[in-house]
Design a protein. Structure first.
Length: 250
């Protein structure tokens, strides 16, 4: 057995992390987002920040694959491309912040974002203008910063689409495609910066099965007529993960 795999299998809190991955996959499967906001706050209690992002990205880039063909048909690839191009440009600046801050700061930042976003959406605080190309580029740039610094590219994109008049299926599909594109970009940048260590890669591979199972279960449960209920469940799970993982409880 490779030494890195042995270390991954001996990771403290592994069973809890596997369960968290499955729940995060279910949330993403029925809402189109939420994997990172559920997984990162919990994982950051056990794994260092860069390893958290590597493990998340390795398993997350594989998990949504069964749902991508349908997302391509239901969504708007041109809008996703605009978000993605801006994210690729901004991502290195976010990663520079990640490498510069202490672990505790990272954990508080992740928890804060995971708490603020659901509360803001429930309170009706969201972008309510037209989703012009400029707005999409700006949103993608902000997502690149938050994605690199905290592993959370989703919140800015979610805030953009939350008040949109676009069909629910289209919003869900666009978000899913964008997050997949972000994962590819993040893996590429981490590779070029020589941050892809073997242990977190093995962790990501170990998380693949529960992630893809969760995505399939979530997609099966999804019913457009109950979109509000599903989002409410997703917000509650995200808030629970964030609140219970705050460093002050250590």
């Amino acid at each position: 057995m490779p030494e890195a795999l042995h270390q991954a299998l001996g990771q403290h809190g592994l069973l809890l992390l596997v369960l968290t991955v499955f729940v995060a996959g279910v949330v993403r499967g029925f809402s189109g987002f939420g994997t990172a906001m559920v997984f990162i706050p919990v994982a950051s209690k056990f794994i260092e920040p860069v390893w958290v992002l590597v493990a998340l990205t390795v398993m997350d880039v594989l998990g949504p694959i069964p749902n991508l063909p349908k997302a391509w048909r239901d969504g708007e690839p041109k809008d996703v491309a605009r978000l993605g191009m801006a994210t690729i440009v901004a991502l290195p600046f976010g990663l520079a912040l990640l490498f510069a801050v202490p672990v505790e700061v990272f954990r508080y930042l992740v928890a804060a974002l995971a708490i603020i976003v659901p509360i803001s959406l429930l309170a009706g605080l969201r972008y309510k203008g037209q989703l012009t190309p400029f707005v999409l580029y700006a949103g993608g740039a902000v997502a690149g910063i938050t994605g690199g610094a905290a592993g959370l590219p989703g919140p800015p994109v979610i805030m953009l689409y939350a008040a949109s008049m676009k069909p629910v299926r289209s919003i869900r599909a666009n978000t899913m495609m964008y997050l997949f594109l972000f994962d590819i970009a993040l893996l590429s940048w981490l590779f070029f910066q020589d941050k892809l260590e073997a242990v977190p890669i093995w962790l990501g591979l170990l998380f693949f099965a529960p992630a893809i199972l969760g995505n399939i279960v979530g997609a099966t449960l999804f019913d457009p007529s109950r979109e509000k209920q599903y989002r409410g469940i997703a917000y509650c799970i995200i808030l629970l993960a964030a609140l219970t993982s705050l460093p002050l409880w250590d």
